[in-house]
Design a protein around this ligand. Structure first.
Ligand code: MG
Length: 373
């Protein structure tokens, strides 16, 4: 089998609120075509316009090439070799950041092709499932008021969720207001459900130490992105001052960066995003690293049904039981883009069983939101 083309399709809602930390307002879909007629599907959660350029760019020289031209004519089933080919072929301008993001969508599509070619769901190709369902967590932007928090928690409980995350929004502007909203969430949920808070890098180390001290009775399952992803010293200080688990990783790519999060920042929970860290291929290295260091892996996933499905296939294979993120922003790119998107029932995802990723694009939705910069 040979790769004949790679498409990078930008989708964008007509009205984008650039002030909201909501990456589901646009999307970059990757389709890898083969001479066998199999099309692999992947996605990248990044800046779609830059990712498209990285995929489509013509070669400058031997180590500054475009991802599409690097892969055309290659066998799509040689996934590890193709990953290395993309990494080495872009090493002058790549190695980290947005180039690894772009590689992620292609890698995801290659695993989809492998699954479709062999008739197997991706999780079987990754080593098989260690569980047949996963607890979903409802993932929201933090409401501005305690009343907003209270009604949101009631809605989640009514829908059967047993885990909730609130993040970003106006967190970090006023410590008492942050503490009040977190305490309200715990009170509204009761003692059993998991509650996670995502700071979106809004605090510095002293403030985060004080916040964790004040919310210690709220029994947080984790505190995510409390500090800048580069503040290793601050994270070390924070981890020594609290028993709350610290989570980080959605802004990172490749296993080397996750090694730093473990060794230099004392991060407890690693959050690789499969559409950013280098796809399944690199996420497996991160999972192995996490196992060696006895860390929990909980992939970040705030995008379309393609990423939800990819994360499910990966999560069922993990050694330690994760929870899976499920965004409830209501963007049509998260709700309508995939015909058979995985949706949690009573707060749990079932194991996907169709070949490959097992998801199919709704081409009407693709055409409706297709965007030319
Ligand atoms: Mg986050």
């Amino acid at each position: 089998m040979k790769i004949t083309d790679i498409e990078a399709i930008i989708l964008r809602l007509p009205d984008v609120n650039i002030h909201a930390a909501d990456g589901s307002q646009d999307a970059l879909i990757v389709r890898v075509h083969t001479d066998a007629g199999i099309i692999g599907l992947g996605e990248v959660d990044s800046s779609p316009y830059i990712v498209k350029a990285i995929i489509e760019t013509p070669p400058s020289h031997s180590v500054a090439r475009g991802l599409r031209e690097l892969l055309i004519g290659q066998d799509p089933l040689e996934i590890s070799a193709l990953w290395q080919r993309m990494y080495n072929g872009s090493i002058y301008y790549g190695r980290r950041g947005v180039v690894i993001h772009a590689m992620s969508g292609i890698d995801m599509a290659l695993w989809d092709i492998l699954g479709k070619a062999t008739g197997q769901p991706v999780y079987k190709l990754l080593g098989g499932a260690r569980r047949n369902k996963i607890r979903a967590y409802a993932s929201h932007l933090m409401p501005d008021s305690v009343d907003g928090v209270e009604s949101l928690m009631k809605t989640d409980l009514d829908q059967g969720y047993t885990a909730v995350k609130l993040g970003w929004g106006t967190l970090g502007q006023n410590l008492p207001a942050d503490v009040a909203r977190i305490a309200t969430a715990r009170k509204a949920l009761g003692t059993e459900p998991f509650l996670m808070i995502d700071g979106g890098n809004c605090w510095d180390a002293p403030t985060a130490c004080e916040l964790t001290r004040r919310v210690e009775p709220c029994d947080l399952y984790w505190l995510e992105e409390a500090l800048s992803p580069d503040d290793f010293e601050g994270y070390t200080r924070l981890s020594r001052s609290t028993t709350i688990r610290l989570a980080e990783g959605e802004m990172n790519t490749v296993a080397e960066e996750f090694r730093d999060l473990i060794e230099r920042a004392q991060i407890d929970i690693l959050q690789p995003d499969l559409s950013r860290v280098g796809g399944f291929t690199e996420a497996r290295r991160i999972a192995t690293l996490a196992e060696l260091h006895h860390r929990l892996v909980v992939p970040h996933a705030w995008s379309t049904g393609i990423l939800v499905a990819a994360s499910l296939h990966f999560n069922v294979t993990l050694a330690r039981e994760p929870v899976q993120e499920f965004t409830l922003t209501g963007s049509p790119l998260t709700t309508d883009l995939i015909l058979n998107r995985p949706i949690p029932r009573d707060g749990w995802f079932e194991l996907p069983n169709a070949p490959g990723l097992g998801v199919e694009l709704n081409m009407e939705v693709v055409e409706k939101y297709a965007y030319q910069p």
